[in-house]
Design a protein around this ligand. Structure first.
Ligand code: GLN
Length: 294
């Protein structure tokens, strides 16, 4: 058998394996080859514990069979649409790494804008009380708390799975050198929050309309629908949050909302109706209107 070429055997060198896995992902997802190869390298790094340079140096040699099979099976799952963050259990957001797990929304780069806007409203020494609604993985609340250690940051989510993951992420940030004190609470939006007790509310609520075609194609299928979809064409949770925020905020407090790129007017309108003054909607990295403040 020596010298026999069998592309599926574990004798295949790493470079060839990565290319073949990349093709598999391109075929499954219809994405660009460069994107597929980037994902394969992330998965290969996860399986082997090697960084990009070490993977390159290893390119003309095979992986040991266990890692070879593990990488192939992860790439197969990726080709079928499972998000990389769930496969490797992690996603970078703001300045830290966060655990990611099925059942909880994966942090998005767009949402870093919400953190940026919050920090602009919070001076460096602020002792303000900040509340993140529908925190999911905790990425928003924990990132704000890491930047503003004197602030009193709390986060709420209805999902117990999310609150447990956010607690794990609080530990994970401590391992990364950011010991943050964020209060984590299981609850429904602002139901359990005292009137006049909060200076800044931030939220990335569900805002996709039921029946949106993105929900059934691509990676979103694997994420929790309750973190994505809201009634009234995606606006129901804004209505609820905005109505409650009026009583929970201290005078002069702020409400910062992430929304879909076509929802700036609708969300701005709801804020107006509730008597909030709004400032210009901020755009995300792709240039889409993404965060509105009242
Ligand atoms: N921005 C997310 C997406 O379209 C949706 C997040 C949300 O509904 N809050 O993938």
């Amino acid at each position: 058998m020596t010298g026999a070429v069998n592309p599926a055997s574990t004798d295949e060198c790493l470079d060839a394996l990565l290319r073949r896995c990349g093709e598999r992902i391109v075929a499954g997802r219809g994405c660009e080859r460069a994107e597929a190869l980037f994902e394969v390298r992330l998965l290969a790094g996860f399986v082997t514990g090697l960084d990009t340079t070490a993977l390159m140096l290893q390119g003309d040699r095979p992986l040991e069979p266990g890692s070879h099979h593990r990488l192939e099976s992860l790439c197969e799952r990726r080709a079928a649409g499972e998000p990389v963050a769930y496969l490797i259990g992690e996603r970078g957001f703001w300045r830290y790494r966060f655990h990611a797990a099925p059942g909880v929304l994966i942090p998005r780069p767009d949402t870093e804008l919400l953190v940026e806007c919050a920090l602009e409203l919070l001076p460096g020494t602020t002792r303000s009380r900040v509340l993140d609604l529908g925190t999911g993985s905790g990425a928003i609340a924990l990132s704000i708390a890491a930047e503003r250690p004197a602030a009193d940051v709390h986060a709420v989510d209805r999902s117990e799975v999310a609150i447990r993951l956010a607690a794990r992420n609080r530990e994970f940030l401590a391992e990364q050198g950011a010991s943050v004190k964020v209060g984590l609470w299981q609850g429904n939006w602002l139901d359990a929050v005292a009137p006049g007790s909060v200076d800044l509310i931030v939220s990335n609520p569900p805002y996709i309309a039921a029946g949106d075609p993105h929900l059934t194609a691509g990676d979103l299928r694997h994420e929790p629908i309750e973190a994505l979809v809201a009634d009234e064409a995606g606006l129901a949770d804004y209505r609820r949050i905005i109505a409650q925020a009026r009583t929970v905020l201290r005078p002069g407090g702020w409400l910062l909302l992430e929304h879909g790129f076509e929802q700036a007017q609708a969300v701005g309108g709801l804020l107006d109706q509730a008597g909030f003054e709004t400032i210009d909607t901020r755009r995300d990295v792709a240039g889409h209107p993404r965060v509105t403040a009242g």
